[in-house]
Write a protein that binds this ligand. Structure first.
Ligand SMILES: Nc1ncnc2c1ncn2[C@@H]1O[C@H](COP(=O)(O)OP(=O)(O)O)[C@@H](O)[C@H]1O
Ligand SMILES: [Mg+2]
Length: 386
């Protein structure tokens, strides 16, 4: 690698989650748009087993149709989870050792363009904390909390924001008491309901349930994806999304974008996996959302409150429901590494609010470096006062 004064940004792509393919698109866009006058790109692919590979020549990506590929090649392997607990010498291919000569790192900061569990949920962030590397986006706490739809709702509720009425069950309780649980759900909530795993994304394992008969198979299916499942009151609402970005002026309020609407179409009853990925016209992104100024102000303030309540850093997309009849606003969920292609909602909302995609990437990297240097000044040991 040629040495220069540029900041070397490792873009992580792929990952162990079911959103692996979505990540390839997000990362491709990030790599294509990083400001090359300031940054060098080190692409690092993570395969579905969790091994990290140094990516190949990325010049191919300069054409529009280019998309990242995983370079699964043990010679270029940087990390694999099963290295932990084994003698490194037995596992490192010679090539790998040579990369680490002079204990020099291949990169200065990490941009995780990976989505979903084992990517966006604090696990990768924890690894990067241990490695003492600056990384873009939320830290361990907000990443983990933001991924868990139940814990996130509890904190948001605590901050005075409404959430749809819901019940939560763990796998063990369901296995033992499913009859009683179905009866309790029937009593507490009104159909339609939404059944969802606590920790997924991309609407994987999410079901709209219209009657008692559909309830059990939906819950069983959701338990395939997690050990905790939420059963929520369906809200007849328009779906709104807001991008929140931490300010570079540490301690200042975050930047909150204009509000966007996601409108499922083509007979998709909600923003399902099919509407998101299988149908090119499955949903319209409407920016700005057609809502009154008063509602918009309220929603932007709520997004800022959610960002703070969940201890977010860097960025997050806050998703809300505006109930059609009552105009009540409910928090739905928060995404700490939202879809990041140029046509994804997070960058589009920021763009509509005056920050273009390349500037957004630079801003996020600067935040990552600032946070790392701030945290590195924290005392790790007791220091007697003078
Ligand atoms: N309580 C609800 N009321 C109405 N629609 C819902 C509700 N929960 C989820 N949905 C629909 O399901 C979609 C996916 O659910 P969501 O909780 O956002 O999961 P994911 O993290 O997979 O995006 C939402 O975008 C919305 O269309
Ligand atoms: Mg969602």
């Amino acid at each position: 690698m040629i040495k220069s004064n540029k900041i070397r940004v490792a873009v992580l792509y792929g990952g162990r989650s079911s959103e692996h393919e979505v990540s390839l698109l997000s990362a491709t866009n990030v790599i294509q748009n990083l400001d090359r006058s300031r940054f060098e790109v080190v692409p690092i692919g993570i395969d579905k087993q969790g091994a990290w590979f140094l990516g190949e020549d990325i010049s191919k990506l300069s054409n529009e149709s280019g998309k990242l590929q995983l370079q699964q090649d043990s010679e270029r392997m940087l990390f694999t989870p099963d290295l932990i607990g084994k003698q490194p010498a037995l596992r490192h291919p010679s090539q790998f050792i040579s990369h680490l000569k002079n204990s020099e790192r291949l990169f200065d900061v990490v941009f995780p363009a990976i989505h979903g569990p084992l990517c966006e949920d604090g696990t990768v962030q924890g690894l990067l904390e241990l490695a003492d590397v600056p990384y873009v986006g939320c830290g361990v706490l907000a990443s983990a909390v933001g991924m868990d739809k139940d814990v996130a709702k509890r904190l948001v509720k605590n901050a005075g924001i409404a959430v749809p009425p819901y019940l939560t069950y763990k796998r063990g309780e369901w296995d033992k008491h499913s009859l009683e649980i179905c009866a309790a759900i029937d009593k507490a909530l009104t159909y339609p309901l939404f059944v969802k795993p606590a920790n997924t994304g991309s609407s994987i394992g999410v079901h709209k349930v219209k009657n008692t008969k559909e309830l059990r198979p939906a819950v069983e299916n959701a338990f395939l994806y997690d050990t905790k499942v939420l059963i929520e009151q369906g809200i007849d609402a328009i779906e709104l999304e807001v991008s929140v970005l931490e300010s570079l002026d540490y301690g200042s309020a975050p930047i909150v974008s204009v509000v966007g609407e996601i409108r499922p179409q083509n007979e998709h009853e909600y923003y399902s996996y099919a509407a998101k990925y299988l149908d090119d016209n499955g949903a319209a992104l409407i920016i700005p959302a057609p809502i009154s100024n008063a509602i918009e102000d309220n929603i932007r303030a709520m997004a800022s409150t959610v960002f703070a309540a969940l201890e977010c850093e860097g960025m997050a997309r806050v998703d809300l429901f505006l109930e059609r009849d009552t105009h009540t606003v409910y928090f739905n969920e928060l995404n700490t590494i939202p879809g990041f292609t140029q046509i994804s909602m997070y960058p589009k909302l920021m763009n509509a609010s005056g920050m273009n995609y390349a500037d957004l990437l630079t801003h996020l990297i600067e935040l990552a470096i600032d946070r790392h240097s701030r945290k590195s000044r924290i005392y790790r040991e007791y220091a007697a006062e003078a």
